[in-house]
Design a protein around this ligand. Structure first.
Ligand code: ATP
Ligand code: MG
Length: 381
């Protein structure tokens, strides 16, 4: 264990002196300062940043409890050990609430004080390391779910969904799935040129038997690097997909994928709202048309009234360079917010890619639109 730097705080000169003497001879412990009240303790703690503070409770100017509270606020990693006499038991509870990690009752012997310092410090250090490990693991595994939405049809939601998904795959090389939640007229399989041999309808029918192990039987793997959970094959099956199903599907996928992209239709339906409630991020698409912008305003207002955090919604202007008399700054003004990303207008690339069944991000040869989706992927990953 590294050398522990200790600050001793007590208003009794004699007590400070005794503890200082005891610790002086202990290998692995170094006294970095002596303070005689709570205020001095705070000043010295800030100056020396000790690993451990031995803190008396009753002191003039500022008590040990008040000092402990302020030190924990400024230097939260400091391990504070309170020193008290038996009759101060009530104060000890307050001290622990203020952030002290342990206490020792006076009078104590050499062995007791040294063991308390070393053991308390070690316990706190182990706890911190353990928490860091858990956080790291969580960050590594934390799946991100993204919904692509617009209150207007035909604005480029599906084009954005599939190309953003591929861009995220290229950027991160993590597991990515597109869930085609346009349950009436899903376009994702057509755009990826795959036969929807199995869809979410079969998944729903067999939901009770679905687990992390067999979920892949219901998912289409593609050559473009991202998986697809296909929309129902026919509009008449759409109503089978309920809010409960959508929530369950989202939960199962979270255990199996790093990124889950939901392509939605343009309704504020219960189904869409259930998905938008659950996801981490909503990419809201508008084009440069006045009707699309008007609907975006209404749509974003609805989301505000649902108390979605403003960081949860990112605004994408599609066909942003199309010169139809409306500029990005007009959109900013009307929507009273920033445009987070823009996608350029290019009929040739987009329509060709849709007709070929090869999303533009999956082309081997670079094209002028890839940069737009790469930027989105980088900005949201
Ligand atoms: N950046 C673009 N440049 C040129 N054309 C585009 C662009 N984005 C989309 N389009 C055109 O708009 C059409 C609709 O796109 P897409 O299917 O992605 O929209 P959508 O919002 O998913 O539509 P729906 O509401 O029907 O689901 C495409 O077929 C394409 O012709
Ligand atoms: Mg669509």
């Amino acid at each position: 264990m590294k050398e522990l730097r200790v600050l001793i705080v007590d208003d009794s000169d004699k007590t400070r002196e005794i503890i200082d003497k005891i610790l002086e001879y202990e290998e692995g412990i170094k006294v970095v300062g002596l303070a005689s009240n709570g205020k001095e303790a705070i000043d010295m703690a800030q100056k020396h940043e000790p690993d451990v503070i031995l803190m008396d409770i009753n002191m003039p100017v500022l008590t040990g409890i008040e000092a402990a509270e302020q030190i924990m606020y400024r230097l939260p990693d400091t391990v504070i050990i309170m020193m008290s006499v038996q009759k101060e038991a009530d104060y000890l509870k307050k001290a622990m609430e203020a952030g002290a990690k342990n206490y020792i009752l006076k009078p104590f012997n050499t062995e007791e004080i040294i063991n308390t310092i070393q053991n308390t410090y070690k316990k706190e250090r182990d706890k911190k390391q353990q928490m860091e490990k858990i956080k790291e693991k969580k960050d590594m595994r934390a799946p991100k779910s993204i919904a692509i939405f617009s209150a207007k049809g035909g604005v480029g939601k599906s084009t954005t969904a599939i190309n953003t998904a591929i861009a995220i795959k290229k950027e991160t090389n993590k597991k990515v799935i597109i869930v085609d939640m346009d349950v009436y007229f899903g376009d994702i399989c057509t755009m990826a040129n795959v036969e929807p041999s199995i869809t979410m309808i079969e998944l729903i029918e067999e939901m009770v038997m679905i687990s992390g192990e067999n979920i892949h039987d219901y998912i289409i793997e593609t050559e473009i690097g991202v998986d697809i959970l296909a929309a129902p094959k026919k509009p008449e099956y759409a109503d089978y997909v309920t809010v409960e199903h959508a929530k369950k599907i989202a939960n199962i996928l979270k255990e199996n994928y790093d990124y889950i992209i939901f392509d939605l239709d343009n309704k504020f339906s219960d189904l869409n709202l259930a998905i938008m409630d659950q996801v981490d991020l909503i990419l809201y698409i508008t084009t440069m048309e006045i009707t699309s912008i008007k609907n975006a305003k209404l749509g974003i207002d609805v989301m505000r009234s649902l108390n979605y955090a403003s960081e949860k919604i990112k605004l994408i202007a599609n066909k942003s360079d199309a010169n139809y008399g409306i500029s990005l700054s007009d959109i900013k003004k009307v929507l009273e917010r920033e445009v987070d990303f823009s996608i350029i207008n290019n009929d040739k690339i987009v329509i060709n890619s849709i007709n070929k069944g090869l999303p533009l991000m999956a082309e081997t040869k670079r094209n002028g639109m890839m940069e737009c989706f790469s930027k989105i992927a980088k900005g949201i990953k």
